[in-house]
Write a protein that binds this ligand. Structure first.
Ligand code: SF4
Ligand code: SF4
Length: 163
């Protein structure tokens, strides 16, 4: 009789969980939704006209405590971004980045945001560096949207990530 009690408790526990909604995620087909404040791979933004927002001021690089950001400024002809200068080279070294978010806070024009991409594994050390093609939002995604909506949507969804 002493074993019956624990057995019933075990069965009851099993039954209780049997009809609950599963919390497992069928990764990688399904992406796990990240916490809203999660800081993943950075995203470089475009404005409402599809032009790059980064003015190559370098404040993000100065603010970075891990010295993970390298950029080169160039004169702009108006086709890349609205201002006179843009970042012809913009790189973030992912093995240095500690995802503190200081670069996002330092940017005066809202050009860089911490995204929510957590799939950061690579097969080659050459992929340790994110450049503009990895970071910049594709023009077709952000250009038709209002300025505020573009930033908020991209920031909240963590573009290129998992929403
Ligand atoms: S998140 Fe922090 S460590 Fe990473 S690039 Fe930005 S400022 Fe540097
Ligand atoms: S991302 Fe922002 S802070 Fe960094 S160089 Fe561009 S405009 Fe300046």
């Amino acid at each position: 009789m002493a074993v019956i009690g624990p057995l019933l408790v075990g069965f009851a526990t099993t039954l209780k969980h049997l009809f609950r909604k599963p919390i497992t995620v069928n990764y990688p087909e399904q992406k796990f939704p990240m916490f809203p404040k999660y800081r993943g791979k950075q995203v470089l933004m475009r404005d409402e006209n599809g032009l790059e927002k980064c003015v190559a001021c370098g404040l993000c690089s100065v603010a970075c405590p891990a010295d993970a950001i390298y950029l080169e400024a160039a004169e702009n002809d108006g086709t890349v971004m609205a201002g006179p200068r843009y970042a012809s080279v913009y790189q973030i070294h992912k093995t240095r980045c500690i995802f503190c978010g200081y670069c996002e806070e330092a940017c005066p024009v809202g050009a860089i945001f911490m995204g929510k991409d957590y799939e950061l594994a690579v097969y080659s050390k050459a992929d340790f560096v994110w450049d503009k093609k990895d970071l910049l939002v594709p023009a077709a995604v952000s250009s038709p949207q209002p300025r505020a909506g573009t930033e908020a949507q991209t920031r909240d969804s963590g573009f290129g990530i998992r929403d």
